[in-house]
Design a protein around this ligand. Sequence first.
Ligand code: AP5
Ligand code: MG
Length: 225
Amino acid sequence: MARHMGEERMNLILLGPPGAGKGTQAKRMSAEWGLIHVSTGDILRDAAKRGTALGLQAKPLMDQGQLVPDAVVNGIIEEWLKGPEARKGFVLDGFPRTLPQAEALSQALVTAKMSLDAVLSFDVPEAVLVDRISGRRSCPACGSVYHVVERPPARDGICDKDGEALIQRADDTPEKVRERNRLYEQKTAPLKAFYAERHLLRPVAGVGTPDGIFADIRRVLGKAA
Ligand code: AP5
Ligand code: MG
């Protein structure tokens, strides 16, 4: 029986440096295909905003562009995978980020009798990353993401959806982006080989318009427009 696009369940990982467009594309994939967007960065920022124990532990590390300990993020994802939402298909954005995280994820998926369909990997030059991140503005209420040049809100500094004042992330200065990118190269880029060995790695265009990149994601996943 033919399946509608929206019913297609895929379990995907987005791999890419800070500012690669993981969040931008994950939101689009969620809207188009009904996949659940799971961003460990968003989960940790939300915890920091609410002042929970998790948030208090994570905030100073995040603000400095450092990684939160593996055990902390592994625990978050392992719990989430046990819940009903995980069965709807998901896009993991920002997890895994280290080899121990990738290994923990593999184990958790075996336990949950689930598997990955693809790992989409974005490569973007550092100068483009710094430019994208310096211009990023986010809504603290609904999480919408803008760019002052590429994707400006209708009214300067104000969210189109709910009228909130937009903010800049504390880790979005050019120096911290370079530090985050350095950590990406050191700790996360080795995951490309990890997933290539498992025949899951699919490089996608990292540079271009968000629409052009989404078209490339469709192509790579074999999903017609
Ligand atoms: P996280 O929130 O995951 O940050 P990140 O990986 O550094 O990635 P970003 O969110 O900065 O970039 P993005 O790829 O989502 O780009 P976006 O779509 O917004 O993690 C933050 C912190 O949390 C970490 O540093 C760490 O401390 C902690 N953490 C999270 N997960 C962890 C883990 N697993 N282990 C340990 N610690 C963890 O796009 C960027 C901008 O560019 C936007 O303004 C957008 O509008 C614009 N844009 C997007 N696409 C394009 C395009 N094609 N052309 C032009 N502009 C574009
Ligand atoms: Mg993001």
